[in-house]
Design a protein around this ligand. Structure first.
Ligand SMILES: NC(=O)c1ccc[n+]([C@@H]2O[C@H](COP(=O)([O-])OP(=O)(O)OC[C@H]3O[C@@H](n4cnc5c(N)ncnc54)[C@H](O)[C@@H]3O)[C@@H](O)[C@H]2O)c1
Length: 439
């Protein structure tokens, strides 16, 4: 309860700047307020547990089913003026949305964007917190944008999905290196669990299901930019799990609107920044040692999308009407002008970090991912949610964010900013087992 109170009190304040409080020095009033808050918090948390019986801590079970009820206590200025103005402009955004896998790299930006665009929506998160501790300069806990944070494993999620309008499935083993290291788990979480969650959502009457798929399903693909209907060539366990999930989601017999967003490779600053992505890695190399060594021959094509633009696409998909694209839709999410060759990315970064050299490995083996992607369908279906962040802005945001973190670590590829490294540490210290379950 002490921990819960600590979280709740922090959320009430939201700034952490107690010095500026007007009642400073009046001990009696402070004591009175603290006591009243405590009674209120206890009352609220009891109410929450009663309202979400599936999430009670059950004796003897793994402790990853705890719900800390991270409530947005109080109405600080950020939830009043600006957001209510947006709310009044929009008027129609009273959705209840569950975001699974919200505590990774992309999730915090999704929560932030949805909170701004849909201030009156109920936003809940569900995550087993592999990377929850990996904050990167966030001024406040990103989950503050949510109404409630559930902790648990999506593989045995028992949350009652009735009442949710939309489920956004981000939870995944989310890149090739992790997918190669944990192949069975990748299939289980990314494919089997996504499909089970889709079926549970459909059975619960959820209206929209959004799946974070990936353009990596195109694998090595020469020739013109890939359209959604073009042949696929998934090379890695990660890519295979994504296309497997798409196919099984398509086969669910339901009225639920399903959107599979085949995202380009993510990049950009986040409250849980990761450096195991091509552009982010290049910026980190440039800042830490003024040297970018491209591991391939630099020719592979890679479409990019900033995390802020991923959030924009998800905002579109959470209440996409079936009439826009069909009840089941697979769509490439990104923009044509953000198909880049890896060497061009390196040079763009070097151009923004003075003194950076770029070296290309001309004898490197062929990259298992090279594809240009056609984003015409997304452009026609979602004209108001098109990517807005330019490559230069993504790079500059990364530079600014990393500088704010005082980032200098030339050995960052062995650090907690690499997801595989974090999982491996959890395992080496006995916190996670081989199935990536908390012990
Ligand atoms: N980053 C990219 O380049 C990219 C591109 C295309 C698509 N995607 C997809 O977008 C989604 C989000 O990506 P990300 O970069 O934020 O990934 P991430 O690895 O940073 O975050 C994934 C989150 O899912 C959670 N998670 C994993 N397994 C879970 C489980 N069994 N139960 C509960 N939670 C679990 C993790 O704790 C983590 O918080 C993923 O599905 C990913 O495949 C990412």
């Amino acid at each position: 309860m002490a921990g819960l109170a600590a979280i709740a009190v922090q959320c009430t304040d939201g700034t952490g700047e107690q010095e500026s409080a007007p009642f400073r020095g009046t001990m009696f009033i402070e004591l009175f307020i603290a006591t009243a808050c405590l009674f209120w918090i206890v009352g609220s948390s009891i109410k929450s547990v009663v309202a979400a019986p599936a999430l009670r801590v059950q004796g003897g079970e793994k402790n990853n089913r705890v719900n800390l009820n991270v409530k947005r206590y109080g109405d600080g200025p950020v939830f009043n003026d600006t957001l209510l103005q947006v709310c009044n402009r929009q008027g129609s955004a009273h959705l209840k949305i569950l975001i699974t896998g919200n505590m990774g790299y992309v999730g915090p930006e999704v929560a932030k964007h949805l909170r701004v665009r849909r201030p009156s929506a109920t936003l809940d998160g569900f995550d087993n917190a592999y990377f929850a501790h990996c904050l990167t300069g966030a001024p406040v806990l990103p989950e503050r944008n949510l109404d409630e944070q559930f902790y648990g494993d999506v593989r045995d999620i028992s949350l009652d999905l009735r009442g949710y309008d939309a489920v956004v499935q981000l939870a995944a083993i989310s890149n090739d290196p992790m997918g190669n290291r944990f192949q069975d788990v990748t299939l289980d979480i990314n494919q089997n669990t996504t499909v089970s969650l889709g079926k549970a959502a459909a059975a619960a009457g959820v209206k929209n299901f959004v799946f974070a798929s990936s353009c990596s399903v195109y694998g090595v693909a020469d020739g013109p930019p890939r359209k959604e209907t073009d042949p696929l060539n998934p090379i890695t366990a990660y890519a295979k799990s994504k296309i497997g999930a798409e196919r099984e989601l398509a086969a669910i017999d339901t009225d639920m609107t399903i959107t599979c967003l085949r995202f380009a490779t993510a990049c950009g600053m986040s409250d849980r920044l990761r450096l195991d992505l091509v552009l982010n890695d290049f910026v980190a190399c440039a800042l830490s040692c003024r040297q970018i060594s491209v591991l391939s021959d630099g020719t592979p094509w890679r479409p990019l999308i900033d995390v802020a633009d991923m959030a924009r696409a998800i905002d579109w998909a959470v209440d996409r009407p079936a009439g826009t694209g069909g009840r089941f839709l697979t769509v490439n999410a990104g923009s044509d002008d953000r198909n880049f060759q890896v060497k061009d990315l390196a040079n763009a970064v070097a151009g923004r970090v003075p003194g950076t050299d770029v070296s290309i490995n001309t004898s490197a083996p062929v990259d298992s991912r090279s594809y240009k992607v056609d984003f015409g369908l997304y452009r026609s279906l979602a004209p108001d949610h098109q990517p807005a962040v330019t490559l230069d802005q993504s790079i500059q945001n990364l530079v600014d964010g990393l500088k704010k973190m005082n980032f200098k670590d030339a050995d960052f590829r062995s650090s907690d900013l690499i997801r595989l490294k974090v999982l491996q540490d959890h395992m080496d210290t006995g916190r996670l087992n081989e199935r990536l379950e908390w012990r």
